[in-house]
Ligand binder design. Sequence first.
Ligand SMILES: NCC(=O)N[C@H]1[C@@H](O)[C@H](n2cnc3c(N)ncnc32)O[C@@H]1CO
Length: 147
Amino acid sequence: MRVLLIHSDYIEYEVKDKALKNPEPIPDEMKKGRMDEVLVAFISVEKVDEKNPEEVVEKAVEEIVNVAKQVKAENLFVYPFAHLSSELAKPSVALEVLKKIEEKLKEKGYNVGRAPFGYYKAFKISCKGHPLAELSRTIVPEAAKEE
Ligand SMILES: NCC(=O)N[C@H]1[C@@H](O)[C@H](n2cnc3c(N)ncnc32)O[C@@H]1CO
């Protein structure tokens, strides 16, 4: 899994078109969204994550929470982003992993938004520009490290 973390004044998105034959079904209110004072996590779920999705969910949540505490962000935004890797997990696994990350971050008390999965989206983001405002993380299951 590849994660790009951007501490932002805001992020806003608008769904434009289907990018998969069967994108995530979404209600009209999810076709546009905005979150302010937010730590955005652009996430590419990778093929290697299929070896242990539960483990990469836990590790991703840990990494995102660590950064959220450092930058004092209470709002988090999970953004499905298929452009950080050339070895993507299949959509069914990726969607489940992203939903689980969202769910576990909420369980930890954060306000969590998520952009719809399987669509082309226009988005605007305002990076805060401080030294910890742009970070990236690579997360792999332990099993993959032994190979
Ligand atoms: N920016 C627009 C976009 O990326 N659209 C992507 C994601 O929303 C989602 N998607 C598919 N596979 C994955 C994956 N492995 N990880 C994350 N998202 C995925 O499906 C779209 C087409 O790849």
